[in-house]
Design a protein around this ligand. Structure first.
Ligand code: DP6
Length: 349
């Protein structure tokens, strides 16, 4: 069946963060960002477009223009037959709605106006600030576009994935990836960055896998709209990105780590200055941040970064990863610690 496709994608962790949209509908960010795609945090998604709704022959509906029926009604009818299963649990409400709206973009671009079944399996703790939407929408974009008969270039696939979740555009590629903010749908896309001599690892320190109190989408909106620190943070991102790219070219992990850590702290400072404040940190988040500081003082290279959640990710040289992980286990024994290496981009199965 040509209307089925399966794709996998890995999560990515931003070294220079994306936080805040210039365009909410198209998901155009206020600033460019830089990330590392990680192995072992994967979404695998199958999309099947089908032309029978409730056992009826519905092929007519798919092509049904000129019948005098409002297209919007037909499209809403098609959409109402979409289904979504995540890790064997059928989804309704918000999650299904977000996927359905994404499928509408694929339907509009491909001209294939059919409902779809989406089945996804994840090794990403859902909603725990481990960038689950990035792997999810990168895999969904690849599977849905392929199932709909489109053959997108990697760049166009990243533009499509971006419409589902901004950070997903970076998960289309493996290793280090830059998302060019751009100014419209055409110019906002991700692109791989040469890793040069860097041999990176990210140690994920799980502080909590509880659902976050505020979604990143809402928190982002609030920061842009109310934080007096936000404009300064956006300005700092351009400088940080330039310096990070330079550090990468020179294979200077020490500088890359320092910029990464500073950029994440700046983003959280801007969040915390929102009204009302957005505070994702838990007491153990601070304990881990202090542990990373201590590990660095002891002579090991380790730099922290945090996303929209309480967990800490620690950037290190791959050759130091085991030692850094062991030191973290000793200093914050209450937290789970996992080493991740750079991962590949999206793959079709
Ligand atoms: C803190 O990509 O999840 O992880 O575009 O609204 O879906 P939406 O947001 P999302 O935000 C990720 C924010 C971040 C930083 C980053 O990954 O760059």
């Amino acid at each position: 069946n040509p209307r089925v496709a399966t794709a996998s994608a890995n999560a990515n962790i931003a070294l220079i963060k994306y936080w805040g949209k210039a365009d909410e509908e198209l998901i155009i960010p206020r600033a460019s960002s830089l990330s590392l795609t990680l192995d072992g945090l994967t979404s695998r998604t199958t999309v099947e477009f089908f032309d029978k709704v409730d056992g009826e022959e519905d092929a007519d509906v798919a092509g049904g223009s000129g019948s005098g029926v409002d297209c919007r009604e037909i499209y809403d009818y098609i959409k109402s037959a979409d289904s979504l299963t995540i890790d064997d649990v059928p989804q309704q409400g918000k999650a299904l709605d977000r996927v359905s709206r994404f499928l509408d973009i694929v339907r509009a671009q491909s001209g294939l106006h059919l409902p779809a079944r989406v089945v996804s399996h994840n090794t990403v703790p859902f909603g725990a600030g481990l960038a689950s939407s990035a792997s999810a929408f990168a895999a969904l974009a690849a599977a849905a576009s392929k199932a709909a008969g489109m053959d997108l270039s990697p760049r166009d696939l990243s533009r499509l994935a971006r419409r589902g979740s901004g950070s997903a555009c970076r998960s289309v590629f493996g290793g280090l990836v830059q998302w060019h903010a751009g100014h419209d749908d055409e110019t906002s896309y991700a692109e791989p960055v040469d890793m040069g001599s860097l041999d990176l690892a990210v140690i994920v320190v799980l502080v909590s896998s509880d659902l976050k109190p505020v979604s990143s989408r809402e928190a982002m909106r609030r920061t842009v709209a109310t934080s007096p620190l936000y404009p300064a943070w956006v300005e700092s991102c351009a400088v940080d990105l330039d310096e990070a790219l330079n550090a990468i070219r020179q294979g200077d992990l020490e500088r890359l780590g320092a910029i990464t850590e500073a950029n994440a702290f700046g983003m959280h400072a801007a969040m915390m200055a929102s009204r009302p404040a957005v505070l994702y940190w838990l007491p153990d988040t601070v304990a881990v941040l202090r542990a990373v500081d201590g590990i660095r003082d002891s002579g090991l290279g380790a730099w922290s970064t945090m996303d929209a959640g309480p967990n800490v990710k620690v950037l290190a040289d791959a050759r130091d990863a085991r030692a850094v992980a062991a030191a973290l286990r000793e200093r914050v024994p209450q937290c789970e610690v996992e080493i991740h290496r750079p991962g590949s981009g999206v793959r079709l199965h």
